[in-house]
Each structure stands twice: as C-alpha cells, then as structure tokens.
Write a new protein. Structure first.
Length: 254
C-alpha cells in the first residue's frame, strides 16, 4: 500500500518537484479542458434541450473523476516535503487555494445542483491547467518570452505612444468631420475614440461609420495607420523572442 501511495504521489505531484508533467497530470489537464468546453456548450438552450441527458451524464462522470483526484491528492498530500503527516497534512491540503477551487468546481454536481450557470464553475479549474505547464520546456518558453519583453520594452513603449497618438488624432478629426452630422455616434471625442479603437485594431464592428467624404478619408487613413499599430508590436516581440532564443542556444553551445 505504501508503494502504491508513493507511486500515486509522484504521478500527481511531479510538477511540484520541478519534474516534467506525468501522463496522469497531462490527462487531467485535458479533462479539465473538456469539462470547460462541456460547461460552455451547456449554456446553449438548443443543445441543452436536445442533449440535456447526455450533458448531465458527462458532467457527473467528469465530476466523479475530479472527486477521485481530489481525494487522491488529499491522501498523498502528507508525503510532500515539509508537509505534516497524517490527518493534519490532509487538512492542510484541503485549505490550499487550489484544493478549494477544485472543491468549488465539483461541488454543484456532486450535490445535485446542475444548472447552466453552475456548469460555468468548471472554469475556475483553468487555474489547475497552469500546473500542467510547469514542465521544463514550458518554463523555458515563458522565460524566453519574458526576456523578449524586457529587452524590447523601450521599443514597445514607443509603439504604444504611436498607437495612442493615432487614436487621439483620428478621434479629434472625426469629431470635427462627423460630430454635427451624426451626433449620436460622433457627437463627442470619447464617442469618436470608441470608433477609433475599433478601426485601428482592425476589428470593425460596423456599428459606427462615417458618411461624409472628409470622414471617409479620415477613416481610410486611420485604417492604414492601424496596420502599423498591429504589425509593429508583433515584429518587436518576435525579434526579441528570436534574439532571446538565439542567445540561449549560443550559451548552450559555448
């Protein structure tokens, strides 16, 4: 029994010891993602009305698996380095934030309260997915990304200033061009700023648009400048990431 407990502990807590995530942890991560997708689908009335029984059964099955995982983690928690032994160690585990989140996520189903709103409590288990990503490779990727951001922070700041200038100037010009024509949409600079943000980011909801010739010219120039607003930060971050990765590779070879 002790050997099985030790094996179970290594399977569930490998990431806490900075080892690569085990197959068990990866499967649990996929199950968390599946349960969240299930919770999202369950909010659709059409699907719920036609497949309600299946959704309930799947939710119960997922909740039972998570409950088993919760109890298993509680059982082996006293084996962690520095943890108290016996019941006290298990109680310490039950009071940790991740354990509380796990319990909140599965409690509605276990207690029989299955509603679309409570389905969404599965989303809190996204925090658990972060544990799956504590492998060496994942940590290195995050480190490279952080280094890229830190190395290019001045360039990113300049890019942010440029974006702010483009949106501010286009909002002011659009206010003068369309403010009197469409007061509901462009009657103030803050209202124009909404249009500018949507245009610069190339989202283009279409709920607000100019109708005058001058307004259309401003919109065209804003859209063209918006390409740079999106492209410049992406290029800066990509260059920084490549430099960080290349520097690490050079150090490894040296």
């Amino acid at each position: 029994m002790n050997a099985f407990r030790e094996k179970l502990f290594r399977a569930l807590y490998a990431e806490d010891d900075k080892r690569s995530a085990t197959g068990t942890v990866k499967v649990l991560g996929l199950l968390i993602a599946f349960s969240i997708v299930l919770a999202i689908i369950a909010t659709e009335p059409v699907v719920r009305s036609s497949q309600g029984g299946l959704l309930v059964n799947l939710d119960i099955a997922v909740a039972v698996i998570f409950l088993i995982e919760y109890l298993a983690r509680m059982w082996v928690a006293p084996l962690k380095k520095g943890a108290r032994r016996g019941i006290r160690g298990a109680c310490d585990f039950a009071m940790t934030p991740l354990a509380i989140l796990d319990l909140i996520a599965i409690a509605p189903t276990i207690l029989g309260f299955i509603t679309p709103e409570l389905y969404l409590l599965r989303i809190v288990r996204l925090v658990r997915i972060g544990r799956v990503g504590r492998s060496k490779r994942f940590r290195q990727s995050i480190q490279y990304f952080n280094q890229a951001i830190a190395a290019k922070k001045e360039a990113l700041l300049i890019s942010a200033i440029y974006s702010g200038i483009v949106m501010t100037i286009s909002s002011i010009l659009m206010f003068f061009a369309e403010g009197s024509i469409q007061p509901e949409q462009f009657g103030s600079i803050p209202r124009c700023l909404w249009w500018s943000v949507i245009t610069v980011t190339t989202v283009g909801y279409g709920d607000t648009y100019p109708v005058t010739a001058f307004g259309k010219i401003i919109a065209s120039l804003t859209a063209i400048c918006g390409i740079a607003v999106i492209a410049i930060p992406i290029g800066i971050i990509s260059a920084g990431f490549t430099e960080s990765l290349g520097s690490e590779t050079f150090n490894d070879e040296a």
